[in-house]
Design a protein around this ligand. Structure first.
Ligand SMILES: Nc1ncnc2c1ncn2[C@@H]1O[C@H](COP(=O)(O)OP(=O)(O)OP(=O)(O)O)[C@@H](O)[C@H]1O
Length: 293
């Protein structure tokens, strides 16, 4: 008997998707599967519920939500034999989109039923795992604002981008050194990505792959607002990497040292975090989690 547990975030996306035992019974029969559904009641609870499921002997744990829920569930499964499934019912669903997991719940469940697995790389930022991307600067400020809005929709995200862009004052000047050599004062964005999807079909790092053992790094130094608007336009046409001043490369390790400034504002898989450490070490852990796709 296979134990398959579903960790459902009831507020992911528009909060209107229902995944319960009745729906699941038509995909996972009682003869072959022991199915359990656990719903999260607060931010971070998916970690606790996944740890519990692992100790209960689940061999497949399915994250039902967006990138935040996937991050919480997957973080527990790194370097284990337990398989990660995803039912993308979030707003952006960047990782699921890169893995070509359908947004349609029934199609995603059929995929899990077929259980074709692959190993993917995992990012680590000072020991905290990320699966899609992490960023410092503008994207973190956007997420901070977005998390303050009520709806988790594309409209709220775009509104957060625009408002942050026009209010992007550096109250606390930040100077960073990257890999011990290159120094940036108030960089607009430092972005390290495992996946090529930011969510909503946007991509800052279109060449990124979940299986190449590499992080795709994008650095946008401090620029004039007009140059940044031009960057935004070029991003829509996927031509942003060639712009003057924009630095992009692939690596398996990135070190950022804070020379000035009180903390780093960061986002990891779309969740806002402040990092008070002076040094941030971002690494890529090759093939460290098994996922159904
Ligand atoms: N019951 C709950 N109440 C409030 N927050 C919750 C609850 N359950 C989970 N969360 C938190 O909701 C946040 C958003 O979840 P998630 O990222 O899965 O959805 P999303 O934001 O709609 O999707 P995406 O990140 O793909 O845009 C996560 O930080 C998660 O920890």
């Amino acid at each position: 008997m296979k134990k398959i547990h579903f960790i459902v975030n009831p507020i992911a996306g528009k909060g209107n998707k229902h995944i319960d035992e009745t729906l699941l019974s038509s995909y996972f029969s009682k003869d072959h599967y022991e199915v359990r559904v656990k719903s999260t009641k607060y931010k971070g609870e998916a970690v606790v519920l996944t740890q519990e499921s692992v100790s209960q002997g689940a061999t497949i744990i399915v994250a039902c939500g967006g990138d935040g829920t996937v991050n919480e569930v997957a973080s527990v499964l790194v370097n284990s034999q337990c398989i990660l499934g995803i039912v993308p019912i979030g707003s952006g669903n960047g990782l699921a989109s890169h893995l070509k997991i359908p947004k349609d719940i029934e199609k995603a469940l059929l995929l899990i039923q077929h259980e074709i697995t692959t190993r993917i790389d995992v990012g680590s930022c000072n020991g905290t795992y990320f699966f899609s991307n992490t960023g410092f600067g503008f994207d973190a400020k956007v997420i901070r604002r977005y998390e303050g809005f009520t709806g988790r929709t594309l409209n709220s995200y775009l509104k957060a981008c625009v408002v942050t862009f026009f209010n992007n004052k550096n109250e606390d000047s930040l100077v960073v050194t990257i890999n011990g050599t290159k120094k940036y004062k108030d960089p607009f964005l430092i972005f390290a990505s495992n996946s090529n999807e930011l969510g909503y079909n946007f991509s800052l790092t279109p060449k990124a792959s979940l299986q190449d053992g590499l992080l795709d790094v994008l650095i946008i130094p401090k620029m004039q607002k007009l140059q940044l608007v031009w960057f935004g336009v070029m991003l829509i046409f996927k031509r942003h990497l060639g712009l003057n001043g924009v630095v992009s490369y692939q690596t398996n390790k990135l070190d950022i040292i804070r020379n000035e400034g009180r903390y780093f504002e960061s986002q990891m898989d779309g969740e806002y975090k402040t990092l008070e450490e002076i040094e941030v070490s971002i690494e890529l852990l090759k093939d460290s989690i098994i996922v159904i796709n």
